[in-house]
Design a protein around this ligand. Structure first.
Ligand SMILES: [Zn+2]
Length: 170
């Protein structure tokens, strides 16, 4: 089930405030990005799918990923604040049995992802996953992400880019 914008989006989004999510980014050109202590890393042009989780305040977490102005704190923040990035949006999943690591594996497999830069976004991983950040050369739509996800979903389209599907924007 995918929730799309209704007259009262607040009620709908309240349904999801804990769980896992997939954040979709794009770099039109290859970039070198300094990712904290990992130093300068090379990122190919293409899509990046980042899998994260929040035990609470999931909506605020996703909104923070979409915000341009923020204090850089996590690895992914170095990408989402890069001038060459386009933050496409995110898909939130309300499914407490789906862990961040399981979702990361599923995204990599189902969307045929490649590991772009090992260790980026892996600080919290205890399961030796191949990646929580996946790369695909071609642009990835939020619809493609929705198509491989189970359960109750909320799609968040970054309002600074053209909307490709009805969605809740906040
Ligand atoms: Zn993991």
């Amino acid at each position: 089930m995918v929730l799309t914008g209704a007259s009262d989006g607040k009620d709908i989004t309240t349904a999801i405030n804990a769980g896992v999510y997939v954040l979709v980014l794009e770099f039109r050109d290859p970039v070198r990005v300094r990712v904290g202590a990992l130093g300068f890393l090379h990122f190919e042009a293409g899509s990046y799918l980042y899998v994260g989780s929040a035990r609470r305040n999931l909506r605020q977490r996703v909104a923070r990923h979409l915000a341009v102005a923020k204090r850089v704190r996590w690895h992914i923040d170095y990408l989402t604040t890069h001038p060459g990035v386009r933050v496409v949006g995110a898909v939130m999943v309300q499914n407490m049995s789906l862990t961040e690591c399981n979702l990361a594996k599923k995204i990599g497999l189902d969307l045929d992802g490649t590991v772009p830069v090992p260790a980026v976004g892996m600080s919290d991983c205890r399961n030796r996953c191949p990646a929580h950040l996946w790369w695909r050369r071609r642009p990835t739509t939020l619809d493609e992400v929705v198509a491989v996800l189970p359960g109750l979903l909320v799609v968040v389209v970054n309002e600074t880019v053209p909307r490709t599907a009805p969605a809740i924007v906040f």
